[in-house]
Design a protein around this ligand. Sequence first.
Ligand code: ZN
Ligand code: ZN
Length: 218
Amino acid sequence: MAEIDGVRQWLDRAAEFLRGQLQWFGGQIAPGAVTHVAIPAHPSRVDNTDPGRYRFEAVANLTWRDDPTAVHRAAHALRTTGWTVDMHRDPDFPTVVTVVGTKDGYRMQARTEEGYGGIVLLGETPDIVLYEDDPLPTPSPAVTPETLSPGALLCYECDGLGHCPVCKGRGWTKGGSTGRIRCRECLGSKVCPVCGGAGELHIADLTDEARVHYPDLG
Ligand SMILES: [Zn+2]
Ligand SMILES: [Zn+2]
């Protein structure tokens, strides 16, 4: 796959900008603490986009003390520098409070936990198309003729793929003002509506309508 001219360089600069922003963010939350930002050597693909978009994802672990004011400093620091801020408590882990800031496609997040001194900072550069031609990878089939369960046949709708044959497991098809519309076949569920994702149908469970698709069954 050929890279689009200049995009990788742009992403590398974006990663360095993000590193600086996270170091600043860490300093605002935990004054005097050193923020070591880790960024992988290569950008990662954002799932489920076509063409594929890429971004750098950064992480930093801050050593701090159990400090309930840290989240407020995080939110305040972002808000006063033009970031859009969202603060929420994890419904499954109510002691975990996350502050998320977004600005110009960048995203920074501080994750704190009551009763625990560590603070995790996460960052993302904007998503960008990196390669000339980068279609979604095709998911592997749920079953093949070799891996069928005893007494089962390949699903007549998806031929064993398990994912929706119309949207190819994306849940959306191209169209509409946003470029995407919810798949009319699977209603966005991504799985084959006939077999529910199994890729196979058990002969004993076939309805009369389904049997029509298997003339060899007699
Ligand atoms: Zn679909
Ligand atoms: Zn199916």
